[in-house]
Design a binder for this molecule. Sequence first.
Ligand code: FAD
Length: 257
Amino acid sequence: MATDTQVLVVGAGPVGLFMAAELNRHGVSCRIVDKNDGPTHDSRAASIQARTLEILESVSLADEFVQAGNICHAAATYTSDHKLIKYLTFDELDSAFPFVLQLPQSQTERIVARYLARLGTEVERRVELVAFEQDEDGVRATLRPADGGQETIHVSYLIACDGAHSPVRHALGVSFSGDDYPTDFMMADVQVDWKLPRDQLAFFFAAEGMFAFFPLPRDALPSLPILAQPKDIIRRSGSQPSRTSRGYSISGRRVAC
Ligand SMILES: Cc1cc2nc3c(=O)[nH]c(=O)nc-3n(C[C@H](O)[C@H](O)[C@H](O)COP(=O)(O)OP(=O)(O)OC[C@H]3O[C@@H](n4cnc5c(N)ncnc54)[C@H](O)[C@@H]3O)c2cc1C
C-alpha cells in the first residue's frame, strides 16, 4: 500500500487539475486520478472571466490561455428581428484583462494538465475511485484502473473534485442545495457564417426562447457535417446566419440555481 502521498485528488476536470497544481506548488505531494481517458470533448464552461485570468496570471498561465482563446470585448442583446436592445462593453473593467475570453473547456483542461505535468504530476487516467473509508490518520481509498486490478492507498486527505454528480458527495450523504431552473438548455459547437463580429457575445430573444452565441477560437472546431438541429434553432432565433452551420457535440442540460 502506498503511504508517501499526502493527498488524493479525485477528478481531473478544471477544479481537480488546478487543485493538484496548487498542492504541488505549495510542496504537498498528491496523486490525481480520473476515470475518463482524457479531457472532456465538450466546450462546456467556455467563457473565462477577468478574475479567473487574474488568478491564472498569478501562476504565469494567463498568456497561454489568452493565446489559445478568442477575446470578446462586448456582449450584445438583440430581438429576434435583429434590433439591438443593449450593447455592453467590457473595455472599462478595472483589470489587466478587460474582456471575456472564449476557450473550450477541453482546451482549458489540456493547458492546466500540461502545467501540472511541468510541476511534476501526471494525471492518472482511466483510474476510478471505487471506495473510501476514513480512519484516525486519514483516508483509505480503493482505486480501480480500467485495465483491471485494484489498488488501495492511504492518504492524509481525499479531495473530491468529481463533478456535479460527485460519487464522493453521495457516499458521504452530503446534500447539494439548490434546485434546477425549470428550463432545458441545449448546447452545440457549430460553425456559422454571418456578419456579426467575432469579438462579441450575442444573445437573441425570440418567442421560442433565448439563443446565446459564444464565439470560440477559429481552430476550436474541426471540419464537420452540417447538423439540422442547430441550423433550425439559429434560424428560429432570428439571428440570420448568411450560410450554413456545421457542428458537433450537442448536449442538453439543466442548470442548477
Ligand atoms: C453540457 C454541459 C455544458 C456546460 N456549459 C457550461 C457553460 O456554458 N458555462 C459554465 O460556466 N459551465 C458550464 N458547464 C459546467 C462546467 O462544465 C462545470 O462547472 C465544470 O466542468 C466543473 O468542473 P469540475 O472540475 O468541478 O468537474 P468536472 O469537469 O465534471 O470533472 C469531474 C471529473 O471527475 C471525474 N470523476 C467522477 N467520478 C470519478 C471517480 N469515481 N473516480 C475518478 N474520477 C471520477 C470525471 O470523469 C470528471 O473528469 C457545463 C456542463 C455541461 C455538462
